[in-house]
Design a protein around this ligand. Structure first.
Ligand code: S3P
Length: 429
């Protein structure tokens, strides 16, 4: 599918964005393991979360939809059944990696695969430590690539320092710890997103943070609860935050956005660049901080440098931050983001390739980007590379090009943000 985008001057309105994708996956997964039925409110309904639901259904979990809410009938830690077919995680790295952590603790055989993009993404980062905990996991290229076949066991606890910034690895190990006997310790010097820790704590698991980097968890740990509320996804809001900032005029109010500090780096970086973003009406949903955001147009941005501890806090927003940087005064340098090469596409490559088609001055580094500011973009024909965040970042850039652009493969937005183009259309003039 392709979509045409016309230049815009003003962005104005009051919106909500779909539920947080990371929290939605975790809500489905942990509710399935709870002793009770849990009502999940605000769940993201998109291709990725559907992949998680479909896999859980094959493991015997039942879901009941009631309008905007979904009831997950928890099976307890030991209530899942052996699936009678291959589990398919589709395009979703979070589904594949978190589910492998879960399957590692099940006393049955399962096989997990994914789409053509996911089958190229690295899995040894989870299979190696899960094997260390005692799970039998095998897959192509020495358990690096899907499909993986998994035969779980009662697991051993693990003491593990994350060798790379991955919340999915951390989460897979914490989920496996539910099925182990003893104390596990995971050290995350990158401070990656901590939704798993917060939700496990909310559901009563024996998990604790010690100091800035150490997570201590006791297995086995049962989960209990009755309700999980999911805030809007800051990674989805990001496209609208950047668009409203770059527009010459207008004001955008975004309700109920998750502002967990491990995810909210974009607000700090855009603020430091000169954007006018106000954080209002702060509250909390199941240990997750939430707020409304008010973004004003007509900002004069300055280029910046993004590196080090900031990178994991905005890793998924780098494509759209590159778009913001194009319109800043001066260059922007992003380093320490090599993980972007193993996302749904090689995002350092795809975003620079596509923005260059619009006339941007953007250079790839092995682990980042150098973006020339003060860009004058022209409309172009661009490609999503099947990557939802690339499609939406390009659509955001296209609003500020001098003529119409076309984005091929626009259906990729269904992965995390069904209705993205319609919502954007409703705000621009
Ligand atoms: C996610 C973690 C990050 C992120 C992804 C979602 C999660 O991936 O990029 O979109 O929900 O845990 P990594 O764990 O590979 O860094």
């Amino acid at each position: 599918m392709q979509i045409s985008i016309n230049p815009a001057e003003k962005i104005e309105g009051q919106i909500r964005v779909p539920g947080d994708k990371s929290i939605s996956h975790r809500a489905l997964l942990f509710s399935s393991l709870a002793d009770d039925t849990i009502e999940v409110e605000g769940l993201l309904k998109s291709a990725d979360t559907l992949s998680t639901m479909n896999c859980l259904r094959k493991l015997g979990v039942e879901f009941e939809e009631e309008g905007e809410k979904i009831k997950v009938k928890g099976k307890g830690l030991r209530g899942l059944k052996e699936p009678d077919d291959v589990l398919n995680a589709g395009n979703s790295g979070t589904t594949a990696r978190l589910l492998t952590g879960l399957l590692a603790g099940q006393p049955f055989y399962s096989t997990l695969t994914g789409d053509v993009s996911l089958r190229k993404r690295p899995m040894k980062r989870i299979s190696a430590p899960l094997q260390q905990m005692g799970a039998a996991i095998s897959g192509r290229q020495n358990s690096e690539l899907l499909p993986l076949s998994i035969r779980g066991y009662d697991l051993l606890p693990i003491h593990y320092t994350l060798p790379l910034p991955s919340a999915q690895v951390k989460s897979a190990l914490l989920i496996a710890t539910l099925y182990s006997r003893g104390i596990s310790e995971i050290i995350d010097y990158y401070n990656t997103r901590d939704h798993t820790e917060r939700m496990l704590q909310y559901l009563g698991a024996g998990i604790e943070k010690k100091g800035k980097y150490h997570i201590v968890m006791k297995g086995p740990s049962r989960l209990k609860g009755d309700r999980i509320r999911i805030p809007g996804d800051i990674s989805s809001a990001a496209f609208f935050i950047v668009a409203a900032t770059l527009a010459q005029r207008g004001e955008l109010y975004i309700e109920n956005v998750g502002i967990n500090p491990s995810r909210a780096g974009i607000l700090e970086v855009l603020g430091a660049m000169g954007a006018d973003i106000r954080i209002l009406n702060k509250k909390e949903y199941n240990f997750e901080p939430v707020a409304d955001l008010l973004v004003k147009g007509g900002a004069k941005l300055k280029g910046t440098e993004i590196a080090g501890e900031m990178v994991p806090r905005l890793i998924d927003e780098i494509p759209v931050l590159a778009v913001a940087a194009l319109f800043a005064e001066g260059d922007t340098v992003i380093r320490g983001a090599a993980e972007l090469r193993v996302k749904e596409s090689d995002r350092l490559k795809t975003i620079s390739l596509e923005l260059r088609k619009m006339g941007a001055g953007i250079k790839e580094l092995p682990d980042g980007l150098i973006i020339e500011g003060n860009a004058k973009l022209s409309g172009a024909r661009c490609e999503s590379h099947g990557d939802h965040r690339i499609a939406m970042a390009l659509a955001t850039a296209a609003l500020f090009a001098e003529s119409e652009s076309v984005i091929n493969g626009s259906e990729a937005v269904e992965i995390s943000f069904p209705g993205f183009f319609e919502l954007m259309n409703s705000l621009v003039s």
